[in-house]
Design a protein around this ligand. Structure first.
Ligand code: ATP
Length: 228
């Protein structure tokens, strides 16, 4: 469904921050993206959510060659991707509810459906009392949960999450991963960048491991149940 072939990426005239990166994400697959700070994880995710074009190499996205894709096709392609940004990027003038409702409204969903669905998801992520709060009044962990709810509300074809559990406690972290895994089982191809080794072991999914811009593939292991 998505393939990267010898992809290189540099910012401006700087050195390459990704070198000859090749991998493919089958439809419905789940991958972790790991690597030390500065290894290039966010850069790789930016290519995955179509914020940048690579400096070189081939990217095939949902059967289309990204290099030859016309600019007008990009927004439609991006609507198939849910993104959890490291810095959340919530709309400050909207409540938590309105932020999460936005992708459904853009799709033209009916008002009653939007309300039911958004409330259900915000309850699941433990924000039933904060639905009408503006982002400025939310804690880091609360903002992160709003960002996650917004990214998954319309069951995207691809979910890209940058450190999605970086601001929550271990119990909430497990709950959020449960949400990602459930969505993945319904067919959403998922890539989660994380520094949380425990999280990676708990799921046992294959790992894309970046080190100074070079990518190594690590096969999935046996999931470790932290509650066992
Ligand atoms: N907009 C930019 N302009 C120039 N250099 C950049 C830009 N964004 C990232 N870089 C550089 O690219 C390299 C990879 O950065 P990136 O943010 O992708 O790493 P990361 O693995 O996500 O790090 P972290 O775990 O700390 O978020 C770093 O050396 C960084 O300084």
């Amino acid at each position: 469904m998505i393939t990267f072939e010898n992809v290189g990426m540099r910012y401006g005239m700087g050195a390459e921050v990704l070198r000859d990166v090749s991998f493919s994400l089958d439809r419905g697959s789940f991958h972790f993206l790991v690597g030390p700070s500065g290894a290039g994880k966010t850069t790789l995710l930016k290519l995955l959510y179509l914020a940048h074009r690579p400096s070189r190499g081939l990217i095939n996205f949902f059967g289309r060659d990204l290099m030859t894709m016309e600019r007008e096709a990009l927004p439609r392609m991006r609507r198939r991707i849910g993104v959890v940004f490291q810095d959340f990027r919530l709309f400050e003038h909207m409540s938590a509810f309105e932020n999460v409702a936005l992708p459904l409204r853009i799709q033209g969903a009916k008002k009653a459906q939007v309300a039911d669905h958004v409330e259900e998801l915000l309850c699941w992520v433990g924000l039933e009392d904060r639905m009408h709060a503006r982002p400025a009044t939310l804690s880091g962990g609360e903002k992160q949960r709003v960002a996650i709810a917004r990214a998954i509300i319309n069951k995207p074809d691809l979910l890209v999450a940058d450190e999605p559990t970086g601001n929550v406690d271990p119990e909430m972290s497990r709950r959020l991963m449960h949400l990602f895994v459930a969505l993945n089982k319904e067919g959403t191809t998922t890539v989660v960048a994380t520094h949380d080794e425990g999280l990676v072991q708990s799921i046992g999914a294959p790992i894309l491991k970046l080190s100074k811009g070079d990518l190594e593939h690590v096969p999935g292991g046996t999931p470790i149940d932290p509650g066992a």
